[in-house]
Design a protein around this ligand. Structure first.
Ligand SMILES: *Cc1c(COP(=O)(O)O)cnc(C)c1O
Length: 348
């Protein structure tokens, strides 16, 4: 009776009726056969990778993955004899060149959530398949509403459900979708061993979030378009990086594999000092400085917050970059706030 935990309710770390409903809905949304729901997006990342590699294997990752995915590749997996090569994922040739005879997994995040670089998902899947290499894609930014990597041939797709799926900044969860046999194998081994399944209460929060997700995402994206357009015209702004922007560098690929962008983009300011960046962010009255995104409230994160004060380099674009997530507030209310903060930090 306990031989196959994937078919019955034995213990809630594995299966639970509320979680099962959520799994079915999330798999359908991804266009996948099955899905697992985790206690965080980070757990979904961890599981998707360790389920497919062993000592001596090699991974190729796009160069700027989510920070905790990066930590897994650079700090944790090398302890177990697994090496990762990072490539500029904008060019399929870079993936081809990085492949070795022991490459077992290609890790993608398209677009990534800082510089919004895209990878050609279909081309990567075509490259990987004949070698038996598993492809994994973090789809948190676009959401399944705007991009379905499984349909482009990607084996496993994951998302932080903490972001748009829950949408209210009050739960942490993650999703991993793919073919039924692959998901079943992960469930029977890694999922139950790691023990980071979602709680039934959080599953209920996510089920509730799904009911308004399309409306929330649309609102967030439309507001982002308005704010990005206004920012582009402001004298303090050098450029914006936003997949939905006409001037986005990978516009053709965007049109080919995505139906839309998420409500988040990066701005490169014409700042000469770290204090100018600080003044801008700290002058915002209605937008918090915080990590995360996808909830009801707008958030900003200046990337110079991660560098030492005296290491700030005005020539370095990354040090002058702020990521802006637009939530569900009124666009004019948000723009008025952002504009007054710009005036303070960059007086005419
Ligand atoms: C937040 C995030 C994650 C991690 O998800 P958690 O739910 O916070 O563990 C992974 N990828 C991206 C792109 C994210 O934004």
């Amino acid at each position: 009776m306990f031989a196959d935990e994937s078919s019955g309710y034995v213990y809630s770390r594995g299966k639970h009726p509320t979680v099962d409903i959520l799994r079915q809905k999330l798999a359908a949304l991804d266009g996948a056969e099955d899905a697992l729901v985790f206690g965080s997006g980070a757990a979904a990342i961890f599981c998707s990778v360790i389920a497919n590699v062993k000592a001596g294997d090699h991974i190729v990752s796009q160069r700027d993955p989510y920070s905790w995915a990066g930590k897994l590749f650079t700090d944790i997996l090398p302890r177990f004899g697994i090496e990762t090569s990072f490539v500029d994922g904008r060019d399929i040739g870079n993936f081809r060149e990085a492949l070795r005879s022991n490459t077992k997994l290609i890790y993608l995040e398209s677009p990534n959530s800082k510089t919004f670089e895209l990878q050609d998902l279909e081309a990567v899947a075509i490259l990987a398949k004949p070698h038996g290499i598993i492809t994994v894609c973090d789809n948190s930014y676009a959401t399944p509403l705007y991009q379905q990597p499984v349909k482009l041939g990607i084996d496993l797709v994951l998302q932080s459900a903490t972001k748009y799926i829950n949408g209210h900044s009050d739960a942490v969860a993650g999703v991993l979708s793919g073919r039924a046999e692959m998901i079943r194998s992960i469930f029977l081994k890694e999922y139950n061993t790691i023990g980071s399944g979602v709680s039934p209460f959080t599953a209920w929060q996510l089920l509730r979030g799904l009911r308004t997700m399309p409306l929330r995402v649309e609102r967030s994206v439309n507001t982002s378009r308005i704010i990005a357009e206004n920012l582009k015209r402001h004298r303090a702004v050098e450029k914006i990086i936003f997949p939905a922007d006409e001037a986005f560098a990978q516009r053709d690929l965007y049109n080919m594999q995505m139906k839309g962008a998420g409500g988040m983009f990066s701005v490169i300011m014409k700042a000469g000092s770290v204090s100018q960046m600080e003044t801008f962010c700290e002058s915002l009255q209605h937008v918090l400085i915080a990590v995360s995104w996808g909830g009801h409230e707008s958030l900003v994160i200046p990337f110079c917050a991660g560098v030492e004060r005296d290491a700030f380099e005005a020539e370095n674009e990354a040090h002058r970059m702020v990521r802006i997530y637009c939530g569900l507030e009124d666009p004019e209310y948000l723009w008025n706030d952002i504009r007054q903060a710009l005036e303070r930090a960059f007086p005419a």
